[in-house]
Design a protein around this ligand. Structure first.
Ligand code: NDP
Length: 320
């Protein structure tokens, strides 16, 4: 594994991290969850990314992780970077959603309990709150660090203008934001329109999610929808569905797959390599339903350089 420094912080993250949004809920096989975590850690993936609402049901991924952590990983705590987040709906009533200090502080306490941890390494505000002042949300992150419940803080899915304001508040409070977590893949390039430049200017790390477009940017949907795939399982909570497997998408994926083969990579490997070619990306968070997907995906780090010809071909395919 290779590790990149996260902005100008002291923290280094593996080029590939593991996310527990899907595949770690109550509906998932516990031993498979354990095997995925072991495979990741044994291959140098030191960073596990969670959130309060990952499941199903919400909270279940942190519980699954907590059980496995207690049994297998506790003695490795100092070799692990564990993150959690709050910002989406977690419980009923006015205090279980968005960005109030009340919600963030209470939610992190619940997350720590579910995972059996004294602190998380990174705590994120999961999405912007249009109603609560940024000052309050950022001061909640600052408070959490001062309470010793998180070492570092980050924000997720903030647009450049609001991210810039958040960074300024956190700098003033003395708890700098070290990381931004946006969606980024060949199919979703919004961060190229200002956010990456801002992160570079502010020296803030960038960790991407859904860099395989939830599995679309792999070879799995080339010949139909496998029953055990994310689409085939008909999951909820933001998971892709059948409507996204269109002829136009598969036409692009087939051509990208040809290009990956020519590079001696699987499409999953090339898709992650494409994200990691930009040194401003600290890490890409991989989701995995099987240990073999982890071992396949991490091979991406063996070649994340692209010739101009390859990049032009990719642009041509994506623009079709
Ligand atoms: P990906 O785009 O990496 O999609 C993961 C899916 O891709 C897997 O479940 C699997 O699909 C498929 N896959 C993975 N590796 C391979 C492989 N080698 N070959 C073939 N298929 C493969 O990411 P996610 O959308 O799952 O997101 C990753 C993480 O990012 C989350 O777990 C979470 O931690 C974070 N995240 C953060 C968000 C935020 O708002 N901050 C939002 C969403 C995610 P299958 O299940 O079909 O086998």
């Amino acid at each position: 594994m290779e590790y990149r420094r996260c902005g100008n912080s002291g923290l280094k993250l593996p080029l590939i991290s593991l996310g527990l949004w899907h595949n770690f809920g109550k509906i998932d096989d516990f031993e498979n969850c354990r095997n995925i975590l072991h495979t990741a850690f044994d291959n140098g993936i030191t960073h596990f990314d969670l959130a309060n609402n990952y499941g199903p049901p919400p909270g279940a991924a942190e519980e699954t992780f907590g059980k496995i952590y207690k049994e297998d990983f506790k003695s490795y705590r100092d070799e692990l970077i564990i993150s959690s987040k709050a910002g989406y709906k977690m419980w009923d009533g006015p205090y279980g959603d968005f960005g109030s200090k009340k919600y963030l502080v209470a939610s992190l306490d619940q997350s720590l309990q579910r995972m059996g941890l004294d602190y998380v390494d990174i705590f994120y505000h999961h999405r912007p709150d249009p109603e609560t002042s940024l000052e309050e949300t950022m001061s909640a992150l600052d408070l959490i660090v001062r309470q010793g419940k998180a070492l570092y803080v980050g924000i997720s899915s903030y647009q450049p203008a609001e991210a810039e304001k958040a960074f300024a508040i956190l700098n003033r409070l003395g708890t700098p934001c070290i990381i931004h977590q946006p969606r980024y893949s060949m199919f979703d390039r919004w961060i190229e329109d200002g956010l990456l430049d801002l992160l570079e200017k502010e020296n803030v790390g960038c960790i991407t999610f859904s860099s395989l477009a939830q599995g679309l940017l792999t070879n799995k949907y080339l010949n139909g929808i496998p029953e055990d795939s994310r689409v085939g399982r008909h999951l909820e909570n933001g998971a892709i569905g059948e409507s996204q497997i269109t002829d136009a998408v598969i036409h692009k994926v087939k051509q990208l797959n040809e290009l990956a083969i020519a590079r001696n990579q699987s499409l999953a490997q090339m898709s992650l390599a494409w994200v990691l070619k930009d040194e401003r990306i600290t890490s890409a968070i991989l989701g995995a339903s099987k240990p073999q997907q982890v071992t396949d995906a991490i091979e991406a780090i063996k070649n994340y350089h692209f010739s101009n010809e390859e990049l032009n071909k990719i642009e041509f395919i994506l623009k079709q």
